[in-house]
Write a protein that binds this ligand. Structure first.
Ligand code: GLC
Length: 674
């Protein structure tokens, strides 16, 4: 160890327990330690430059928001995006990237769902793990966040998340548990209390669970402003309070003098800060800028291409015919909402090319017209909608005369942003009105949605031929959309969050808790687990996404390796004339259990390029984790003997293959069943 706590005075140790000045960095103690600069975020470098005294955000490459990256179902996309963002961190001398966020998408109303990966803990954990590995491969640290149960933004600084132990373990901690295997340099604690104690001072979950049980040996940093009591936070082993708290040194000094904590407790946290400094210094050989902006931009576009989801394609209205007459409607087509708001917002480096221009390049023989209607997305009420409609005549005339209309709609950063939740899943009245008017005059209307979470489409979806969910797709989103809409690239994204028919079908509906506590009454039944358990129809299920290709699944075989380890093999054939990538998903059901279990749980997935006419064999590994539930009686993950079903599907509601197996572990380790 290069640095030891004993090398520092008590005052210096207190100074290390918070940030420095008003920046995003740690205290370098006048050169005794390196300054560590911490920067957001999950879809690009958000470098808050304070060097001029006036804070501004440096321009960086904007990557697709995590919602889009996750819809790729590709750990390769997450890894490469992590490398791209980290390359820019190196260029800006950033030590730690404050990402990824792995909070579970418990309600589609959460304003930060765009920054998270899924409603499913296994998928969220696997994607976060890949992102961490990508970032840290460049010698840049990460901050796995927000630990934990920060599943909505309403009153996030104070509202308690009341969660039972089993749901906490199986759903909300599981993504962290999986992502921790990538050894993130830091974990960020969330603002909210969990089961009545603020996470920033929750010793049971920070020290007992995160460190001692899950084995995290890095630094715990607070979310910005999440510390309520610095002494209690220190005793809970929260190492670094951010942002800089000018009172911290005095508070700690007085508390120490009053014997409220020991030097040993202080040194535990000091050592974690020193270890972070050492990690930064030891990582120097990896910290090399190797990518140009163009290369970073191509990573951003590749992620968008893999994460765009084709949700409806009636009559194969897509891809656009080579010589079609197309009108594009909606100002988002020219100035897309390319990422979320708040701390994840990136100031993109390049001017975004309008969709019409990108499509003209992709389809030189087509006639691509544009009716931007700068006045569309500004309006938020029905009256505005009616008022603007009379000026909408030109767009309707063009749509009537065209072979196809593409309507680009979505939520702006006032609707989906940190510290805010949505109050509805619907688009604004004006966006809905625009879709309905255009589709009334052109049956071949395709709606492109730029949003961060599920959208209630019931008001208009039956009247349109196509729907594409583009998410907040980064600064190359229009280039990517043009490749998908023109057929140059076959869409391969699938939803990682259920789109319910209505918010009333979701577990927490529009309830916001009582601004003191939100009880997670649905327990483990989150996302597709919930809709399955209640046999609820949904608009689009978890894992759903269409392709221009067609895939047939066959020949599922189980190879037993031990009582809980199986190799699963199945084949997928592309029976179309279009090369495509297919995301196949493996779910497990415990047919009979002493506890309530979901009808299916995702335990593996694979994304594979399968060329036209080709058949590929896919192999996935199942292990004890694939069958276990978290036993509160045993305080551990537990596999119960008995029959399990294994499903292989193109989505959670499109099961193509099924098999079953029986687990017969040593009776001595099993408990009696009914
Ligand atoms: C914000 C966010 C967190 C972010 C931090 C620094 O409030 O909750 O995700 O990393 O503050 O900007």
């Amino acid at each position: 160890m290069k640095y030891k706590a004993s090398d520092f005075t008590l005052e210096e140790k207190f100074q290390l327990m918070t940030g420095y000045a008003h920046g995003m960095q740690t205290n370098g103690l006048q050169g005794k330690l390196p300054f560590l600069w911490l920067s957001d975020g999950p879809n690009g470098l958000r470098y808050l430059d304070t060097s001029t005294g006036v804070m501004f955000t440096r321009k960086s490459i904007s990557y697709p928001a995590p919602v889009v990256m996750a819809n790729s179902w590709s750990t390769d996309v997450l890894y490469k995006t992590g490398v791209g963002i980290a390359d820019e961190c190196v260029e800006n001398d950033v030590a730690v990237l404050l990402a990824p966020g792995v909070n579970i998408k418990r309600t589609p109303l959460c304003g930060r769902n765009l920054e998270y990966y899924s409603e499913d803990p296994y998928l969220a954990g696997m994607l976060a793990k890949a992102f961490i590995e990508g970032v840290q491969s460049k010698g840049v640290g990460t901050s796995l966040k927000h630990f934990c149960c920060n599943n909505r933004e309403f009153d996030r600084m104070a509202q308690n998340s009341e969660v039972d132990e089993r749901s906490l373990r199986e759903i909300y901690l599981r993504p962290f548990e999986i992502a921790l295997t990538a050894k993130p340099w830091t974990v960020m604690c969330s603002y909210n209390p969990v089961n009545g104690v603020y996470m920033s001072e929750n010793k049971k979950y920070l020290k007992g669970l995160l460190r001692e049980e899950l084995g995290f040996d890095g630094l715990i940093v607070s979310d910005w402003g999440a510390v309520h009591n610095r002494v209690k936070a220190l005793k809970a082993t929260l190492d670094l309070e951010m942002p800089y708290n000018a009172q911290s040194e005095r508070i700690l000094s007085e508390a120490y003098a009053a014997g409220q904590f020991t030097e040993e407790e202080l040194d535990f946290c000091v050592e974690n800060v020193l270890r972070l400094c050492e990690k930064f210094e030891e990582a120097k050989p990896l910290r090399k800028k190797t990518l140009s902006d163009e290369q970073r931009l191509s990573i951003s576009k590749a992620a968008a291409l893999e994460g765009i989801v084709l949700l409806k394609n009636e009559g194969n209205v897509l891809p656009i015919q080579k010589n079609a007459r197309v009108v594009i409607v909606g100002d988002l087509a020219e100035s897309p909402v390319y990422n979320g708001g708040g701390s994840s917002r990136v100031e993109n480096k390049h001017k975004i090319t309008p969709l019409a221009e990108c499509l003209r390049e992709a389809l030189p023989k087509a006639q691509i017209d544009m009716e931007s209607g700068q006045y569309f997305t500004g309006a938020q009420t029905r009256d505005d909608a009616v008022m603007f409609m009379h000026t909408f005549k030109k767009a309707i005339e063009k749509a009537e005369a065209a072979d196809m209309a593409i309507v680009v709609v979505g939520n702006n950063n006032a609707v989906e942003i940190e510290a805010t939740d949505r109050y509805t899943l619907r688009l604004t009245p004006l966006c809905e009105e625009m879709i309905k008017r255009i589709s009334a005059y052109n049956r071949n209307t395709v709606v492109v949605i730029e949003a961060g979470s599920a959208i209630d489409m019931r008001a208009w979806i039956d009247g349109v031929a196509g729907v594409v969910f583009a998410g907040f797709g980064g600064e190359a989103i229009n280039d990517a959309l043009a490749d998908i809409l023109s057929g140059k690239v076959c869409p391969s994204g699938k939803l990682t969050e259920t789109f319910p028919l209505s918010v009333e079908d979701t577990p927490s509906k529009t309830e916001l808790g009582n601004s003191f506590t939100e009880r997670y009454a649905e327990g483990i039944m989150v996302g597709y687990r919930w809709y399955d358990s209640r046999n609820l129809d949904v608009l689009f299920p978890f894992g759903y996404g269409l392709s221009y290709a067609q895939f047939e699944y066959s020949d599922l075989r189980l190879e037993k390796q031990s009582e809980t380890d199986y190799l699963l093999r199945y084949k997928i054939k592309n029976v179309s004339n279009v090369d495509g990538k297919e995301v196949s998903q493996v779910y497990v059901q415990d047919v009979f259990s002493m506890v309530e279990r979901p009808k299916k749980e995702l335990v593996a997935f694979s994304k594979d390029l399968i060329r036209a006419g080709e058949e590929k064999e896919i192999t996935v590994q199942l292990s004890a984790d694939s069958f276990a539930y978290y036993s509160v009686s045993f305080d551990k993950w537990y596999v119960e003997n008995g029959k399990f079903k294994v499903f292989v599907g193109a989505s959670s509601r499109d099961i193509r293959l099924e098999a079953s197996l029986v687990i017969q572990l040593d009776e001595a380790t099993q408990q009696s069943t009914r």
